[in-house]
Design a binder for this molecule. Structure first.
Ligand code: ZN
Length: 90
């Protein structure tokens, strides 16, 4: 994604291409963190967010997400893990 930006400014912009790349990476990480913070859940991949899945002719609660249709994002799990290890031990 940052490649078009790099090629556009490599001809002599006010910013170093390396600085720009670092900014792009930081912005991307910041955006990801914000998204994880605001939306900690993503649709369950097993049932595609419906909370149930078909077992033969019947609908059953999804076993992955226990019928909630949500799964915690990996980033959020890491976030929770770092916070829990910081303050209290499990
Ligand atoms: Zn599910």
């Amino acid at each position: 994604m940052p490649i078009p930006l790099l090629t556009a400014t490599a001809t002599g912009g006010p910013l170093d291409p390396a600085q720009l790349a670092a900014l792009a990476v930081l912005g991307f990480l910041g955006w990801r963190l914000l998204a994880i913070w605001i939306f900690p859940y993503a649709p369950c991949r097993h049932c595609r967010g419906t909370g149930k899945h078909r077992a033969g002719r019947y609908w059953r609660p999804c076993s992955r997400c226990k019928g909630t249709g949500r799964r915690i994002r990996l980033g959020r799990r890491v976030w929770d893990w770092t916070r829990s290890t910081d303050t209290t031990r499990r």
